[in-house]
Each structure stands twice: as C-alpha cells, then as structure tokens.
Design a protein around this ligand. Structure first.
Ligand code: ASP
Length: 584
C-alpha cells in the first residue's frame, strides 16, 4: 500500500504516530522557515509541514511542488499550533521527513476548490479535474449511497434487479430515439431504449412479479438544465397490484430515503392530488406545495365589466401575495417585466394592493371601483397589506405563466426552503392529449397506460375525457417519477393503439411482441420509474442534474471532454454499408 491513512482520517488521537499519506497538492505556503502544504484526497485535507532548519533537503523539494502534483510523504503526526476548526483534521499536522513525487502535474486550467474560478465549458472539458472538487465528490458519494439504499430496500421487499438490453427497437416514451446501425444486419438499426418499458412488462408476463433496475435510458430531445440525452432511472414494475399497492410501496421507499439520506421523518401519508386540481390550484402537474399562494379563478367575477383585456380572455386568475401591498412601482414593474418574458409569455400583469386602511389601489382603477375590488379581495382571501397579482388570457398559457409567477413570488418571499421536502402523488391524468400539429391523439404517458376502468367506454365516444390510471411522484415542484397501471388485455391494448392512430399493421409491426405476449397469460401489473439523477440533485440541494452525473453532456448533447459525437472513419462506414449524404 502506498499509504497508511487517508487525508481525512488523522485526529489528535494519532499524535506522535508515524504515517504515510498520498494525495494531491492543493496549496503551498511559505512562512518563515516553514513550508505548509494542503494535501488533498477524496476523504479530506491534511496539512503537511516541512521545516527548513530540520530537514532542508526535503523542505527545498517541497517548495518546488506545483498545484496538483501527486505526492507520497512519510512523517509524524504533531499537534497543530493554530487549530483549524473548519476541517476534521484541523487539530493536527504532519511533520514531513520524506517526500516522493509520484507524478508531476501541469498547472491545472482552473482552481480545484469548492468555488472554482473555471467557467462551465472549461470545467466540462477537464471534467476529470472538476470531479476532484469537493461538491462534486460529495454529490457522487450521495448518489452511491442512494443507489445502495434503493437496492437494499427493494431487495428486502423481494424485488429482483434484472437487466434488460440496450440494443432494442423503439420504445414510445414520446421522445426521438437514438439509433445504432447494425453491421450484421445491413440497412437495419437498433434503437436505444427510452426506458425498459416493454421489457419490464414482458418480465411480468414471465412471472417476475417484482422487478427493478437502476438503468440508463436514452432520449434524443432538446436539452434543458434538468435533462440529459442519457440519464438514469430507477425502473420498477409489479404484478398483481392495483394503483394504491404501487403507491404504497414507493411511498415507503421515498420515506426511507428521506430518513436515511436527509434525516427527515415523514410519517404522514403523501397527499394524492388529481391532475385537474393541480392545474386549477397551481397551474402545473408538478406543484410545489412547500407553500400555499394557490390560484383563484376569478373569471366569472371580473369578465364582462368593460375592461377589454378581461372581456377577451378565456381565463382570469390570480394569486394573493401576503404582505406585499407595500411593493413599490419599481418592484411591480419588475414583476410585469418578469411575466412578459417570452419564456413566461403573459401580456401584462394586473395588480391590486389591499392597503392597511382597507382601501384598494390597482392598475385597473379606471375600470373597477373600490366595491368591485373589495369583491375580488374577498374571493381571493386577501387581508389588509396583501397584494393580488392577476393574469388573463388563454387558459393553458395563463395557468403556466401564473405558475411561474407564483414560484417567483415564493422565491422572493423565501418560501422555497431547500431543506423542506413536500412530496405528493399527482393522480388521474388524462390518458390522451390532442396534438393540433399532427391532428391526432398522443398518449400523455405512454401507450401501455391503462384507462380508469370506469372510463373505458369513452374510447368509442369521447377519448379526450378518459382519465388514466397513472400517477407521478412530485417533490418540491420536481417530477421525481411517474408510472401507471398497465393495460394487460390485448383487446384493450389494440383499442389504445387505434385511438393513437396506429393501423393494425403498424401496431403489429411495432408492438407485435407485446400483443403476442398478452395472449399467454399476462397478469394485471403496474409500475413506476424515477429519475435517479433528479432525485439525487434534489436531495443534494443541487439545481442541475449535471452535478450528480460523473460525465455529463453539455446543452448541445456534446461530451466536450472526449469530443463526441464525432465523425467515424470511412472504414467504419464501409463495414456498416453506409454512405453519408448530408440533407439540407
Ligand atoms: N417507462 C415510463 C417512463 O420512463 C415509466 C413507467 O411508466 O413506469 O416514464
């Protein structure tokens, strides 16, 4: 072994011990005749001392060390004169009597400290150096701990972890597939799984009634901060279950993780909120219920009173920001600019201040009198000192914009505490969504999701009204996972494909294997999949999933470190019998 201890291990109890340490040089300081070095490994930092008067040769060598040199030292643990309370090894230091340079390092392109001076792109290019930084090491350790806990928890409940293939045929999760050409089957392509959906259902047919897998999924979609082209799911499926059985098992897992990872005792049942209520009250299917400030629909109260913006609107709703009547003109202008940003998309913002003396001051004083404003305030449960913020327009768009405004106000009022966790299940999603562009229905979740049994008859009359037996787990406004009870009957599955606009032949060509399997005794089943990267980010208090993935891609889907995607050689193309033709 190169070392007797790690750089995070030594304490006052080790004083006078002879030790050997290895690590990277984080910092060198010269003070009088002494050289101090912070030696780092993934366990911590230990201070080394080199005394010029006692051991000039070693001290001279130490002064030549550059940042990130890899060294091995032998020395004695001594008590530190000026103790550092901030680090666990802060009571001691090592008086070094032997130094070996294991490897030199060029000057790193950015500082390898908690707050680095390197920009995003540079740190991505040198990801192996960025990964030496403490916040990333902590996030990856947390990720590992969560994976272990998940595996143990589910294994203890008789779940089997079973791998499924990566080279498959398209799975319909609503994104584009990544495809892989086959050399042995000319002109044919594999698709990388968007999820193991069909395979886990086949495993249920095969009798593996409790399955899980921590697994990579691949989706070729436009990227945002919380998306990566390849990401990890905790994918689960169970047979002989109804919705509540699935929710209970995974509520148990969530509570367990809250306890062991964040030390949060969550003993109540998670709220279960229908999709329609989530949209009405929060304008989102992933409501952040850490705080209230829910929507008030005032369409009926304010429409048709001669104010054109309201009169032309399909939907008018607002939120009541407690204690914000004191907002200045400037602050209100800022909020108006906020809702007008293209990503938010509202045309304007109407405000009503409920003054301390009971009077009202609004941006629509010309159109509405005090009595009317009083009615609004009553309907919106406003108290003296509150501020009503109201948006109007197309229903869906206005709900989305008001949702953003609510979150913005939550932020301003410090209601979004990273250490508070507010989980809930959103249930009863619509089964289908109408897509104007293609003029057909899309599955809101995926085509294997079963309708609520009482809605099955609507396939023949009004499919848009069918609710799905589907559910999402949402924590603090983040969609952590989702799933459904599946269709296990081949007739119903055929009906679903038909509603989605597949001909019998198309359905057979794409999903024949599943429909066939359903002929041979498919048990009732259902499951769920959780976005593991997101869940780690949430529990690590990080706002980007990138920080929880060792080697992530940038926003254009590139790995700038290995420079991928990249062209392939003529020889490779030839083997695949492919010729490139760039289409304009
Ligand atoms: N396969 C689904 C997804 O990736 C999850 C599920 O329905 O279990 O979203």
């Amino acid at each position: 072994m190169y070392r007797t201890h790690t750089c995070g291990e030594l304490r006052a109890s080790h004083i006078n011990d002879s030790v050997t340490l290895c690590g990277w040089v984080q910092k060198t300081r010269l003070l009088g005749g002494m050289t101090f070095i912070d030696l780092r490994d993934r366990y911590g930092i230990t201070q080394l001392v080199f005394d010029d008067s006692k051991n000039p040769q070693v001290a001279n060598k130490a002064q030549e060390l550059g940042r990130e040199f890899v060294i091995q030292i032998k020395g004695t643990v001594i008590e530190r004169e000026s103790k550092n309370k901030k680090i666990p090894t802060g009571e001691i230091e090592i008086m070094v009597n032997e130094l070996i340079v294991l490897n030199k390092s060029e000057m790193p392109p950015f500082t390898i400290e908690d707050e680095s001076d390197g920009g995003d792109e540079l740190r991505m290019k040198y990801r192996y150096l960025d990964l030496r930084r403490n916040p990333l090491q902590k996030a990856l350790a947390l990720r590992h701990k969560m994976a272990v806990e998940i595996r143990n928890y589910l294994s203890n409940q008789d779940f089997l972890e079973i791998e499924t293939p990566f080279l498959i045929k398209s799975t319909p999760e609503g994104a584009r597939d990544f495809v892989v050409p086959s050399r042995m089957n000319t002109n044919e392509f594999y698709a990388l799984p968007q999820s193991p959906q069909t395979f886990k259902q086949l495993l249920m047919v095969s009798g593996y009634d409790r399955y899980f897998q921590i697994v990579k999924c691949f989706r070729d979609e436009d990227l945002r901060a919380d998306r990566q082209p390849e990401f990890t799911q905790i994918d689960c499926e169970m047979a002989f279950v109804e919705r509540d059985d699935v929710l209970n098992v995974f509520e148990g897992l969530t509570k367990h993780l809250l306890k062991v990872i964040r030390n949060v005792d969550y003993t109540n049942d998670f709220p279960r909120m229908p999709y329609s209520e989530a949209m009405e009250l929060y304008g989102s299917d992933k409501p952040d219920i850490r705080f209230g400030m829910t929507f008030n629909n005032i369409t009926d109260l304010v429409k048709g009173k001669g104010f054109k913006v309201f009169d032309d609107a399909e939907y008018i709703a607002g939120i009541c920001a407690e204690g914000c009547a004191s907002y200045s003109r400037k602050e209100l202008d800022k909020l108006t600019d906020f809702v007008r940003k293209p990503q938010i998309g509202a045309n304007g913002l109407v405000y009503v201040k409920v003054n301390e003396d009971g009077s009202f001051k609004s941006s629509v004083d010309k159109f509405f009198n005090q009595e009317q404003l009083n009615e609004w305030a009553t309907q919106m449960n406003a108290k003296k000192g509150d501020l009503l913020l109201i948006l109007a327009g197309n229903k869906k768009k206005t709900q989305t914009a008001l949702c953003e405004l609510r979150l913005e106000m939550g932020k301003r009022l410090n209601l979004l505490d990273d250490n508070v966790f507010a989980p809930l299940w959103v249930v009863d999603f619509p089964l289908l969504e109408w897509d104007e562009e293609s003029q057909r229905y899309h599955a809101m979740h995926h085509p294997f999701t079963s309708p609520k049994p009482e809605h099955e008859h609507l396939f023949d009359t009004d499919p848009s009204q069918i609710n799905a037996n589907a559910y999402d787990l949402v924590i603090n406004g983040v969609e952590i996972g989702g799933g459904s009870i599946r269709i296990h009957d081949k007739e119903l599955q055929a009906k679903m494909f038909k509603a989605l606009g597949f001909t019998d032949e198309e359905a057979q060509a794409q999903f024949g294997f599943l429909m066939n399997a359903f002929k041979y005794g498919a048990p009732p089943h259902g499951g769920v999949a959780f976005g593991f990267d997101r869940w780690v980010a949430l529990f690590a208090g990080m706002h980007s999933i990138r920080d929880t993935i060792a080697f992530p891609k940038n926003n254009s889907g590139r790995d700038v470190m290995i420079d991928s995607p990249s062209t392939i050689s003529e020889q490779q193309l030839k083997e695949l019998q492919l010729q490139l033709q760039v289409l304009k």
